[in-house]
Design a protein around this ligand. Structure first.
Ligand code: SF4
Length: 256
């Protein structure tokens, strides 16, 4: 008899759980992991793509080749730049894909702005994390409650907070669903090589010096040689630079 699952956690097939525990996926290439994931979870599997970094678009490209009906969602915080919306439209045209756009709860945004103003994130780490929780973390949790597994473009060398990312793991912060990070061991060079070889569409702000593009007020260009995450929440130190998406949400930390 299998071990009982907590009421709010998903039951995962025992053979998949064993494979994750034994880290069977550690040496698998991204396409092999995605083929496995689509076979086991589609259509209750979705890719999280921010349209602000090439990794999500690479995964979209790979997943679309394997399964044209593969699902992609994006969190629209209400503060993302026009370049990101333009890229979403390019991707819709190129791949003929419907994007699942997830918005924050209007009443939560209205309450936060009423209490703390529109640009609260510059005032303190706590207020920045509150904004990320309202605009990213809660919408993500709501969306993920409807799937059994999700795919992210996390890479280990992106930040100190991501250095132990596994290729397939259990996401305890989101009800124990499966989280798949096929590019965990890719370098930045691997990423841009794939983009060039496959003509993958990317955000035009990269050409203006943005290594990654998040919300407009919290992203900026960096100088050559700067840490790639230096353009995000640049007024904070590296240890706090997560939005709560890729860490235990209760930490209020906060990763797209
Ligand atoms: S990145 Fe900035 S604007 Fe976007 S949700 Fe977080 S604090 Fe708010």
């Amino acid at each position: 008899m299998s071990a009982p699952q907590p009421a709010d956690e998903k039951a995962i097939d025992s053979s998949i759980l064993r494979d994750i525990e034994e880290d069977r996926f550690a040496s698998w290439e991204p396409e092999k992991i995605l083929t496995w994931a689509l076979k086991n979870f589609h259509p209750r599997l979705a890719l999280s793509c921010s349209f602000g970094a090439p990794e999500g678009l690479i995964l979209l490209d790979m997943m679309h080749r394997i399964e044209p009906g593969s699902r992609v969602f994006v969190l629209d915080t209400g503060r993302i730049p026009q370049a990101t919306y333009d890229l979403m439209d390019r991707v819709r045209d190129r791949y003929g894909k419907n994007l699942e756009v997830v918005f924050p709860r209007a009443e939560s945004v209205e309450g936060m702005v009423l209490a703390d103003g529109l640009n609260l994130f510059y005032e303190s780490i706590e207020k920045r994390q509150l904004c990320c929780r309202v605009r990213k973390v809660e919408p993500l949790r709501r969306y993920l409650s409807g799937v059994d597994a999700w795919v992210s473009g996390l890479r280990r060398d992106q930040n100190v907070t991501r250095s132990d990312t596994a290729k397939v793991e259990i996401d305890l912060a989101h009800g124990g669903i499966v989280k798949i990070n096929p590019l965990a061991d890719w370098s930045s060079e691997d990423v841009w090589h794939y983009v060039r070889e496959n003509n993958v569409p990317t955000n035009r702000l990269h050409e203006a010096g943005y290594p990654s593009v998040g919300c407009e007020p919290c992203s900026r260009a960096i100088e050559p040689g700067d840490d790639p995450r230096a353009g995000r929440w640049w007024w904070e130190n590296a240890e706090t630079k997560e939005c709560g998406i890729h860490v235990g949400e209760e930490s209020g930390g906060s990763g797209i």
